[in-house]
Design a protein around this ligand. Structure first.
Ligand SMILES: [Zn+2]
Length: 173
């Protein structure tokens, strides 16, 4: 298990289309806690394929990691796992405005990619369970997305067929 993921790609870049599979098994250096969500000291595992492309390499794969978060209603700890896709391109002299990573020298560093993927995988609004009512359900009623949508659908007036017929008339005549 390593703490760095610097991969030398000079061999790979000798032939377009050449690929190498990298198994990722890394404990990330302490990730800052963001809004009560954190990543435990467990390895982040996954696989990426590095492929030689024109002027660089592409990195495509997936990493999985555990997370700990506070339930948004009752603030209990919630634990889970996320799997996040990685799909990036390292290019020599990458233009600043493009969504590419500058390829400098013979190596690429996968660590920032893995770290970003882990952060993306943190839940936005975790719940300990779908039916969690929180500490004060009378004041803060728990409403699921489905209920909100059902309510909205009920409020939307269905068009009256008589009005629909009127809409077809040419009123300028
Ligand atoms: Zn809860």
């Amino acid at each position: 298990m390593t703490k760095h993921l610097t991969i030398n790609v000079s061999d790979l870049r000798h032939r377009l289309g050449e690929r190498r599979t990298i198994d990722i098994d890394v404990v990330l250096p302490a990730l800052e806690v963001i809004a009560s969500r954190s990543v435990p000291d467990e390895p982040v595992v996954g696989t990426v394929v590095i492929e030689s492309i024109e002027r660089g390499v592409s990195v495509v794969g997936q990493v999985g990691s555990a997370w700990i978060a506070e339930c948004r209603r009752c603030l209990d700890d919630v634990e889970g796992r996320s799997e996040v896709q990685i799909d990036e391109i390292f290019q020599v002299d990458a233009p600043d405005d493009a969504d590419l990573i500058d390829l400098v020298g013979d190596s690429i560093d996968l660590l920032p990619l893995v770290r970003d993927a882990v952060l993306v995988g943190l839940p936005l609004a975790p719940l300990c369970r779908e039916t969690c009512t929180g500490p004060d359900p009378d004041r803060y009623p728990a409403v699921t997305i489905d209920e909100i949508e059902a309510e909205r659908a009920a409020e939307e007036p269905t068009p009256d067929p008589r009005w629909a017929a009127l809409g077809e008339l040419d009123l300028n005549e």
